[in-house]
Design a protein around this ligand. Structure first.
Ligand SMILES: NC(=O)c1ccc[n+]([C@@H]2O[C@H](COP(=O)([O-])OP(=O)(O)OC[C@H]3O[C@@H](n4cnc5c(N)ncnc54)[C@H](O)[C@@H]3O)[C@@H](O)[C@H]2O)c1
Ligand SMILES: [Zn+2]
Length: 365
């Protein structure tokens, strides 16, 4: 079985000591998780925080592999869904980590999608003021995006992801074979961030996506697609070490996308679909304003449709969208940084006063 490796050097931008970590990618890697985790588990002990569905489908293989490496482990199963990213669930995990006698050097293994990655990551960031976390993502979105970068969070009553911490993983183990059980709806959702990565950085990957005969046709080639996405994300994050702010290019499509997501009420339309809509909208606008090469929006929309993603603004967003946009936390004061495509495969950051940004962020016809 082939295993590929990428290295991330997150640097000091997130306020953490510089430490690099590896992303390991390969089908079937879950069966080697034990030996891969071992360098991060000096006491041969680890706590698994697992999504309920991922655990029932694939947990036995992870457990067998940990057993094989002589690692003592316990699993904390989390009910599937965003509703688990709460302070109550977090506190229950802290208690279980304490009951299991986890010490500073014993790692948490996050086994699930973005929900478990964020929740287990935040638990690891806070328990004993921080213990190691190893991400083992099981959804497409988590494999190409959320498992890398060190952002962890829970939701609070006032909004999504409002309490959290930067906590870089000690390793990320990515087994695209785990995605075989992912239903089409969730499969498609992961392509929002994949199209994003391709549009801002990888024209060749973009052409592959644009030529797809529907999302299911991409199952066979997913290992390569996941690898290329992680290579882009790892590179962008590592460059931000020089504090260039380049990491912000990963927000492409997210300003409008987040506002659509919030206006519909979280859960109304999935994150990947909202990002797709956001990318299409800002690119149509920036092309009309002369900031993007003609034809780019059409190409982008073509790729979104080829992978089953929407591009049209849902009807009836109205005032909810405007207020969500005004509240977007990514702006700093009166200015906002937009990510605009120059052409497919290239983008740039443009910082401007919020008032001037309005034409780029409009969703009207
Ligand atoms: N930290 C970051 O940088 C970052 C980035 C993007 C999103 N996120 C967060 O990620 C979350 C969304 O992640 P998600 O889309 O992975 O959702 P999720 O974690 O809720 O998983 C989606 C569903 O897939 C199921 N599932 C997981 N693995 C499976 C498998 N192998 N086969 C079949 N079903 C499986 C789960 O049970 C769940 O019902 C949000 O909370 C979001 O805020 C974080
Ligand atoms: Zn996103």
């Amino acid at each position: 079985m082939a295993m590929r490796r990428l290295s991330v050097n997150p640097g000091t931008a997130a306020g953490k000591a510089p430490a690099s970590y590896s992303i390991l990618i390969g089908k079937g890697l879950v069966d080697q998780a034990g030996s891969l985790v071992l360098p991060c588990a000096p006491n041969r002990k680890a706590a698994v925080v697992a999504d309920g569905t991922a655990w029932s489908l694939h947990g036995e293989r992870l457990g067998t592999s940990l057993d094989g490496a002589g690692i003592a482990w316990r699993v904390i199963v989390v009910p599937p869904g965003e509703g688990s990213k709460t302070i109550v669930r977090l506190a229950a995990i802290w208690d279980e980590l304490a009951d299991f006698g986890m010490t500073r050097t014993d790692p948490v293994i996050a086994f699930g999608g973005g929900v478990v990655g964020d929740l287990a990551g935040f638990a690891a960031a806070t328990y004993l003021r921080g213990i190691p976390v190893i991400q083992v993502p099981t959804t497409l979105l988590a494999q190409v995006d959320s498992s890398v970068g060190g952002k962890t969070a829970i939701d609070i009553s006032r909004g999504k992801n409002l309490a959290g911490a930067f906590h870089q993983p000690s390793a990320v183990i990515v087994d695209p074979g785990l995605l075989d059980t992912l239903p089409t709806e969730l499969w498609i959702d992961g392509f929002g961030e994949i199209v994003k990565h391709a549009a801002i950085r990888d024209r060749e990957l973009f052409e592959t996506l644009a030529a797809a005969k529907g999302p299911e046709s991409l199952r066979d080639g997913i290992e390569d697609i996941v690898y290329r996405n992680l290579a882009i994300k790892a590179d962008v994050i590592s460059r931000d070490e020089r504090e260039s702010g380049e990491r912000m290019i990963l927000n492409f499509g997210h300003t409008i996308g987040h506002a659509v997501e919030a206006a519909l009420g979280y859960g109304g339309l999935s994150h990947g679909r909202c990002v797709a809509i956001g990318m299409a909208a800002i690119t149509r606008n920036s092309e009309a304003l002369g900031a993007t090469e003609p034809g780019t929006a059409e190409a982008l929309v073509g790729a979104l449709r080829a992978v089953g993603l929407p591009d049209a603004i849902p009807a009836g967003l109205g005032a909810g969208f405007d207020s969500a946009l005004a509240l977007d936390k990514k702006g700093s004061g009166q200015s906002i940084t937009l990510v605009l495509l120059t052409r497919i495969g290239e983008c740039r950051l443009v910082k401007m006063p919020r008032t001037e940004a309005a034409p780029y962020l409009r969703i009207g016809r």
